[in-house]
Design a protein. Structure first.
Ligand SMILES: NC(=O)c1ccc[n+]([C@@H]2O[C@H](COP(=O)([O-])OP(=O)(O)OC[C@H]3O[C@@H](n4cnc5c(N)ncnc54)[C@H](OP(=O)(O)O)[C@@H]3O)[C@@H](O)[C@H]2O)c1
Length: 331
């Protein structure tokens, strides 16, 4: 690929939304590097997707220490792509990483101790070739480490200048409220909550959406397409190159089989709306004013382009919402 010159009209496509009550705005669509950017993937494909994202106004790229496979390789590859293409635009990028899941052997390689979090962020910065990340997350709650210790580690990395903001991921509403309280006391407000939210995974609606809003923190929804289930990809079987067909990852053929009847019905509604199912699934999340951004994955530029076009039509009639609700409830 030749030298990269970003699209000069890159800020004309996507809207940006304030993250909670912070000063930071995020694009309505952000790109995650959990899959498709690891050592097992083709670097040039990932590079093309990232260039396309930036060219179309996606400023936010989400990583974690363990993304790959192998763990760490997505950060390494992202570092290479940054170096090749995006280094001059660092001030236009919001790069996040996380620590919480297993990353190295021994007692300090996972969960929520100060020892693990600070070492892990140092490793992530090295892999990506960065001086700082924009957002550092605690990736999952740790039942054994005092929350104060974990939050003090987040506060510490901000004071060190290694992260500009901090967030939590996979925390329940009560855990989030407690984390926010501690961080406020420390003087480093919590920016954002990263949680799984899609038509097929709606637990956040019970309490968390309100908790985040009440506390002035943003919510970024991960796996909004249920890892590809909420697209037209599996309508006629399991494509060979799909996530469900791969030997790594967390989407099983049995999950596809269990959901496919609902997917077919949802696809019919999307067709009537003049959208693809992927676009409708993203619009369905973004209709809620409490959502800051949807965090999509993509294995091709074509998928990402289709997903960005979801922003062309975000409205739902009450009849459509009712019909979708009935399908999801299986009634
Ligand atoms: N905090 C956490 O614990 C956590 C956990 C999981 C994810 N995340 C974050 O959320 C990001 C997104 O997660 P995700 O990858 O599961 O999101 P997703 O958007 O639900 O699924 C992405 C997958 O769906 C398929 N896809 C996407 N657009 C498509 C389209 N238009 N048509 C057909 N298929 C399409 C692709 O699958 P194929 O590869 O099969 O083509 C793609 O890899 C991750 O990268 C990560 O940053 C965070």
């Amino acid at each position: 690929m030749e030298g990269y010159k970003p699209n000069i009209k890159r800020y004309g496509t996507i809207a940006y939304k304030r993250c909670g009550r912070s000063g930071l705005k995020l694009p309505l669509i952000s790109l995650g590097l959990w899959h498709n950017f690891g050592g097992v993937d083709i670097l040039e494909n990932g590079r093309e997707i990232i260039r396309y994202a930036f060219d179309n106004g996606i400023t936010h790229f989400d990583l974690a220490n363990n993304y790959g496979p192998p763990p760490g390789s997505a950060e390494e590859n992202f570092g290479k792509i940054l170096n090749l293409d995006l280094k001059p635009y660092r001030d236009e990028l919001i790069i996040s990483t996380k620590a919480g899941y297993w990353m190295w052997d021994g007692p300090y390689g996972e969960w929520g101790s100060r020892k693990y979090l600070i070492s892990s962020l140092d490793q992530s910065l090295k892999r990506m070739g960065l001086d700082y990340v924009d957002i550092f997350y605690h990736h999952r709650p740790d039942p054994d480490t005092p929350l104060e210790e974990t939050m003090m580690a987040l506060d510490h990395v901000v004071r060190q200048g290694k992260a500009l903001y901090v967030g939590v991921s996979n925390y329940s509403a009560d855990e989030t409220a407690e984390a926010v309280k501690i961080l406020n006391q420390l003087g480093t407000p919590c920016l954002i909550n990263q949680v799984k939210y899609s038509m097929f995974e709606r637990w956040v609606e019970e309490q968390l959406l309100d908790t985040d809003e009440d506390n002035g923190i943003g919510l970024i929804a991960f796996s909004p397409l249920a890892q590809g289930l909420l697209t037209d990809k599996y309508l006629n079987g399991i494509p060979e190159t799909s996530r469900a067909a791969k030997s790594w990852g967390f989407l099983n053929v049995s999950e596809v089989d269990a959901a496919i009847e609902k997917v077919k019905l949802l696809n019919q509604i999307a067709e009537v709306r003049g959208q693809s199912l992927a676009q409708m699934a993203l619009a369905w999340i973004l209709k809620d004013h409490r959502i800051t951004s949807v965090l999509v994955g993509a294995s091709s530029v074509k998928q990402l382009s289709e997903n960005i076009d979801a922003l062309d039509y975000l409205l739902f009639s009450s009849e459509e919402l009712e019909e979708i609700g009935m399908i999801l409830r299986g009634s």
